[in-house]
Write a protein that binds this ligand. Structure first.
Ligand SMILES: [Zn+2]
Ligand SMILES: [Zn+2]
Ligand SMILES: [Zn+2]
Length: 438
């Protein structure tokens, strides 16, 4: 179908012709995907032109996304459409997923939490019943509200709005009418593909600021648009799944669907370490509420997080933790969840931790007494890695993992106590040092 963004929007408002486009696609929904793809491609060409000609910034990407959402809903009045879905109970929002910034207030309730890392937002707390509970207000460093997550919070402590999604519960996608299901699947797939295309073409930030690559004017413009557009797409995706659990699940499914063992999410995770930090921060915020979807959480942990952890933890420790890095943001979201312990065992996470801790202590060990038959090695507390508490990430993650009873059993008994034996060797190295290692 021939669509022209320029004609369909006048002064940023959709024209009467938009109705015609919506109507045509309602009758041939198989064309939605290709049309959305065309709109997104077109928006980039128009955005480049309008910036080069110093026209008023029209932001064609935002228009393309707005129009795509109208096509998905089959109506121009998308807000009314989503309200109606909620009112009819076709979509539900059973988990909160509010994302916190550093310093935001939240509540902890030791009567309701399933582990000590959990918290809920102020709204959810005031709309729930915590009479007689042991609760306190805290300031958080980031993260996401746990209200509605059966893996984090007792259902009796959920608020009146969020009833939670259990694993046994019927798939919320099944409640979507056939046209909406088909249109939203196609739309999401195209938006995610387009996001990938942009993220892949973002030039990695040089480690040394003086090595900034020389870009010509056009390349610089494209680079600026890549940065801007990825943030626009990410916040669009966030707004998309906040409209209901069905849309959240649909995003999780579309992102992880594999073809030749590759998914759209795989592409993002591959380029993710070299993306600019503001994009990484927004991407992480986009992932957090998706972790409520059990299959997404398990897949993310196994396929993306643990391999990354294994490969990057040493660099992370040595270079000093970067606040917005994957290894700072995700351990508390992933290692504390009880239904993920099988993956922790399969992927030998305890072994990785003991191994890395051992390596740190060995690096910091010196000969304390060479008069003995075998010289006595002990950790030097003045060594940078020890003095700067470089081991802190590992010991924190260790305590998350050992908070699960079956993981504690695994740690002690697995393979006839081989892991535990390694741990004891480490304790041996720590003998004789000061009590700084906590
Ligand atoms: Zn909340
Ligand atoms: Zn809530
Ligand atoms: Zn409570």
């Amino acid at each position: 179908m021939d669509v022209s963004l320029k004609k369909l929007f006048k002064e940023n408002k959709p024209t009467a012709q938009v109705d015609k486009v919506i109507e045509t696609l309602r009758n041939s929904p198989e064309k939605i995907g290709p049309t959305v793809a065309k709109l997104l491609e077109q928006s980039r060409i128009l955005d480049v032109k309008s910036i080069e000609n110093e026209e008023e910034d029209d932001d064609y990407l935002a228009q393309a996304l707005e129009l795509s959402l109208m096509i998905m809903c089959g109506t121009k009045d998308t807000e009314e459409f989503f309200k109606d879905l909620l009112a009819k109970g076709i979509t539900k929002v059973n988990v909160c997923g509010t994302i916190w910034n550093d310093g935001d207030p939240a509540y902890k309730c030791s009567t309701c939490e399933l582990d000590s890392s959990c918290a809920i937002c102020v709204d959810c707390f005031s709309q729930g019943n915590h009479n007689g509970h042991l609760y306190k207000m805290i300031k958080v460093a980031g993260g996401v509200c746990d209200c509605g997550d059966f893996q984090a919070w007792k259902p009796s402590g959920f608020c009146a709005k969020h009833r939670g999604i259990s694993e046994e519960e019927t798939d919320p996608i099944k409640a979507l009418p056939p046209y909406l299901l088909a249109s939203s699947q196609q739309l999401l797939e195209e938006v995610l593909k387009y996001l990938n295309k942009i993220l892949v073409s973002i030039k990695p930030e040089p480690e040394d600021a003086e090595e900034e690559p020389e870009l010509d004017e056009r390349e610089e413009l494209e680079q600026d648009l890549n940065n801007r557009d990825s943030l626009i797409l990410i916040s669009w995706l966030q707004a998309f799944y906040e409209r209901g659990d069905a849309f959240r699940r649909l995003l999780a499914e579309t992102w992880t669907k594999t073809e030749n063992d590759q998914s759209l999410l795989d592409v993002i995770m591959r380029v993710h370490p070299t993306l600019p930090s503001d994009i990484v921060e927004q991407l992480h915020a986009l992932f957090f509420p998706l972790l409520f979807v059990s299959f997404f959480r398990k897949r993310f942990l196994k396929r993306h997080f643990i391999p990354y952890y294994r490969d990057h933890i040493e660099k992370h420790i040595e270079s000093g933790a970067n606040e917005k890095e994957m290894l700072s943001d995700f351990p508390v979201q992933l290692f504390t969840v009880a239904n993920c312990t099988n993956i922790l065992k399969e992927e030998k996470v305890v072994e990785i931790l003991v191994d890395k801790l051992n390596a740190i202590l060995a690096k910091a060990a010196t000969i304390k007494d060479d008069q003995l038959k075998e010289p006595l090695m002990t950790v030097d507390p003045e060594e940078d890695l020890i003095f700067d508490r470089g081991y802190f990430r590992l010991t924190t993650d260790f305590s998350y993992i050992l908070s699960h009873k079956d993981m504690a059993n695994y740690f002690i008994y697995h393979n006839n106590g081989a892991v535990f034996y390694e741990w004891c060797k480490m304790l041996q190295l720590a003998q004789g040092m000061t009590n700084q290692l906590t």
